[in-house]
Design a protein around this ligand. Structure first.
Ligand SMILES: NC(=O)c1ccc[n+]([C@@H]2O[C@H](COP(=O)([O-])OP(=O)(O)OC[C@H]3O[C@@H](n4cnc5c(N)ncnc54)[C@H](O)[C@@H]3O)[C@@H](O)[C@H]2O)c1
Length: 470
């Protein structure tokens, strides 16, 4: 009676099994009389016996995409058979509340605010996709408490940032920003003093994560020597070498580039004392977060000639929209910074490329699909990350149980009492604060038992949401 089907996914070679699901939002709220046959495209002759317990098929999944979500992401969701409505802009709160009542999946970017007030109306919603890096626009805690997983795409633009930094290294070494500004002002100023090749120079990478790694490879390809400092011990790319302290990196690098997260420990990580340690005539690049560099100290280091140049893409205060906002009333030192020689200033564009937008579309649509079809929460930002290998068509009487619950003592015992009459093939549970996520694949489940199983789990007091995929 297996209803599982192998559907090829655009993103990579992995095949995913698409299951049917027993879920209150689908079986009861949206489809009260939903005891019906699957459509021809989802029909499986062997599934006929399961009809009365198969309350919906993928075509019942309603997806609302706002803010002109990337086209590839839209297509991937449509190819799953979901009902996808895609709008070009975000919606005013009242309209959003009306729309969200009905949908199981919502995809947004940074402008749509999914507050507690809005989410309270989202009775059927079980997953949110943020087709962007940040998730501040969503009330993550409320969503988790309501059993709504949230996904985003934090690393899709790593390559874009790394390429920008490579460009900046060359631009700084050759003073290209200043030469270009002079030419735009009609001034011909042909100089070679203080202009360098980057071949053979040392790049010091602070924070050797997704971006630092990419950059390491690119810099070596340009003939640079790479050293890096990170709080954890990390395998180097190519012939890069990890150093044991930030001080050692600052003393050894011709170019220092920062790729650390915003943390209390990284606030003003580069200040007057660190500029002192840097080589005479070295360069600083910051495309991480604005709080990492003490900008007045950078202004002093630039004016004194201690550093020969700098590139900044991020700032302590950044305006919400485009316009002539980069003034002293935004950051008190803005005009001093703008007056410096060989200092490149860019408006937080490190990750802003067409490729990064496409990668975000693919990554988030893939995460949503895996969550809807398989219940996998890998990459979720507000619920525990749990995954089991896919159910396949070779396992016809298997059922996947997903039980999102409050993390209180005794729950596992009660769940296992309910599952205990079946063979539990694999099971995984994890918690994050108050929320726990349990996934179990059980075999030899008679199709008539699925509803009982579901009902018993729903009756547990710790329950937040139950899904049964089969
Ligand atoms: N400019 C942009 O448009 C743009 C785009 C994407 C990311 N970013 C920023 O770039 C930074 C790096 O992003 P990522 O994706 O590479 O992050 P990541 O999490 O993959 O890597 C960060 C690395 O920094 C290390 N680290 C943490 N604290 C440290 C410390 N005190 N000293 C040294 N190393 C430390 C971590 O161990 C990790 O290896 C983040 O701040 C991110 O917000 C900026």
């Amino acid at each position: 009676m297996s209803n599982a089907r192998e559907i090829p996914v655009r993103n990579g070679n992995r095949k995913m099994s698409v299951s049917n699901s027993f879920d209150p939002s689908l079986s009861f709220s949206t489809s009260p009389g939903a005891v019906r046959s699957p459509t021809a495209s989802h029909a499986n002759p062997a599934a006929a016996a399961a009809k009365q317990l198969k309350p919906f098929h993928t075509g019942d999944i309603k997806v609302l995409l706002l803010e002109n979500v990337n086209k590839i992401g839209q297509t991937m969701l449509k190819e799953q058979g979901y009902q996808v409505e895609a709008l070009k802009s975000s919606l005013p709160e009242e309209q959003l509340i009306e729309k969200i009542k009905d949908v199981h999946v919502i995809g947004i970017r940074s402008k749509t605010k999914l507050s507690e007030k809005v989410l309270k109306h989202a009775k059927n919603l079980f997953v949110i996709g943020c087709f962007c890096i940040g998730t501040n626009q969503v009330d993550l805690k409320y969503a988790a408490g309501a059993g709504i997983a949230v996904f985003n795409s934090p690393f899709s633009n790593s390559r874009s940032v790394a390429e920008l930094v490579i460009a900046e290294i060359v631009v700084l070494a050759r003073q290209l920003g200043d030469r270009s500004n002079e030419m735009h002002a009609g001034v011909w100023n042909k100089v070679s003093a203080g202009c360098w090749e980057i071949r053979g120079k040392t790049l010091g990478i602070v924070g050797y994560g997704h971006i630092g790694n990419q950059l390491s490879v690119l810099a070596e390809m340009m003939g640079m020597k790479v050293i890096y400092y990170d709080v954890i011990n990390l395998m180097s790319m190519g012939t890069a070498q990890q150093v044991t302290s930030l001080d050692a990196l600052l003393q050894g690098a011709d170019f220092v580039t920062l790729h650390v997260p915003e943390l209390p420990e990284t606030k003003n990580m580069i200040g007057a004392a660190q500029f002192e340690l840097m080589k005479e005539g070295s360069y600083l690049i910051n495309a991480s977060r604005g709080s990492v560099v003490d900008i007045p100290a950078l202004i002093n280091a630039s004016r004194s000639g201690k550093i020969a140049g700098a590139a900044l893409d991020v700032y302590p205060n950044e305006p919400a929209g485009n316009g002539d906002y980069f003034q002293n009333d935004l950051n008190r030192w803005a005009e001093d910074l703008r007056s410096l020689k060989n200092v490149i200033l860019t408006p937080h564009i490190g990750g802003s490329t067409e490729e990064a937008q496409t990668a975000i579309g693919i990554e988030v649509a893939d995460a949503l699909t895996r969550y809807v079809n398989e219940g996998t929460t890998q990459g979720a930002v507000n619920v525990p990350e749990v995954a089991l290998r896919s159910l396949t068509a070779d396992e016809p009487n298997h059922v996947r149980v997903i039980f999102i619950h409050h993390n209180v003592p005794g729950v596992l015992k009660r769940v296992n009492d309910i599952l205990g009459d079946h063979n539990v093939d694999k099971q995984m549970t994890d918690s994050r604060g108050d929320i726990a996520y349990l996934m179990a694949d059980i075999s030899n489940v008679n199709v008539n038992e699925i509803k009982d199983l579901y009902q018993s789990l729903e009756e547990l007091s710790s329950r937040i949401r139950t899904r049964v995929l089969y």
